[in-house]
Each structure stands twice: as structure tokens, then as C-alpha cells.
Design a protein around this ligand. Sequence first.
Ligand SMILES: Nc1nc2c(ncn2[C@@H]2O[C@H](COP(=O)(O)OP(=O)(O)O)[C@@H](O)[C@H]2O)c(=O)[nH]1
Ligand SMILES: [Mg+2]
Length: 204
Amino acid sequence: MLIGRVAAGKTTLTQALRGEEIKYYKTQYVYYHDTVIDTPGEYTERRETSGALALYAYEADVVGLVLSANEPYSIFSPCLTSMVNREVIGIVSGIDKPDANVERVTRWLKLAGCKKIFPVCAITGQGLRELIEYLETDEERARRLQIEEEERKKAEKKASKPKTKAGSPAKSTAKKTAATNKTAKSTAKKTPTKKTVKKEENDE
Ligand SMILES: Nc1nc2c(ncn2[C@@H]2O[C@H](COP(=O)(O)OP(=O)(O)O)[C@@H](O)[C@H]2O)c(=O)[nH]1
Ligand SMILES: [Mg+2]
């Protein structure tokens, strides 16, 4: 379950983790996807609703505190994780931002009590693999590796196929590029994380 203030990057990260097209969507309520629970930033920010997140946290295996790399301050209070009876990890989002200060945000998440911190960029995909590998179960890992191996073999076979017709190298290159894109997309789609990030919080 992902929690964090408005615009921390929770929904974009949810889309990236699920291999979906990245597009802006304002989170209206708590969304239960198969492997990720996305929450509205207002729930974290507002005292009246932050308590509700503690209840939603019971639905998750892991809670992810999401803090953008360019935040000027942290909304997560020190030792926050001690109030959560689920594992809490830190996620530094938007590490690609020009004014990112990953080191400072990492410190804040550690101060909140997070032992594992994942710096990520949902737009470029940087750091997502580490996060997915950490959250996936053994069964999911085995399935992902199998899919990746199959995709690799397919790509190898395609690359080693002798060209039957002379000419049109541009066309053949274009085809390979499309295949590569498709492969990446399909691998991401078939590689959901199961452990979800769950939240808790509430510093009342
Ligand atoms: N540069 C950059 N922008 C991001 C990243 N993640 C999210 N954003 C942008 O930040 C804005 C808020 O993202 P969103 O996922 O809706 O935040 P949420 O309110 O926490 O769900 C959107 O305009 C996203 O495009 C990232 O990793 N890098
Ligand atoms: Mg959102």
C-alpha cells in the first residue's frame, strides 16, 4: 500500500509497477489493484482521514512511504513506523527531477523508521526492478524469470533468422524495435508484484 502526500508520485508508481501506460489520474479514493493499493494524498495529509489509512493498512503486506526526491520537508514524523504492525519501506520517487536531493529524502525516510529505501523514477523505470524484486514472492520471481527467459530466447531466435530478401533493412530494423518494445511491455505486464505496500500512519 502506497501512502504519501498529494503529487508524491503514488499513482504514477502504481501504473509503472503494473506495467501500465503512464497517464495522469487524480486519485479519488483508495484503489485496490491486484498487487498495489493506491491511496489519495489527502488521506495522508488530513488528520480526519489519516486514521483511515491505518485501517486500510491491515489489507496490505507492506506499506510504502512515498516521498518525492525534491520535497523541501517530510510529512512523515520520526519513528512513524513503530506504530505500524506491517513492514514499512521508504520510496524516494521522482529521482530524475532536476532539483532532486535523494540523500536528504532518504535521511528523512530513515528517520521515520524505514530500514529499506528504494530510490525510483516511475517515468524512466529507474530503480523499479529493485523494488519489484524486493516485493515479489518466490513464486512470482520464478514466473518472472521464466517469462524473461522465454522472451530472451524469442528475441535471439528472431535476431538469428537469416534474411530471405535482400534490401529493406530499414523495415527489418523497425520490426525488431517494435518487437523489443512489445517484449518489455509484456514482461512488465506479466510481472506484477504481489506483496503490496500497505500503509499505516497517523501521528495523532
Ligand atoms: N519527473 C517525474 N515526475 C513524476 C514522477 N512520478 C510522478 N511524477 C509526476 O508528478 C505528478 C503527480 O504524480 P501522481 O502519481 O499523480 O502523484 P500522487 O498524487 O502521489 O498519486 C504527475 O504530474 C506525474 O507525472 C517521476 O518519477 N518523475
Ligand atoms: Mg494519486
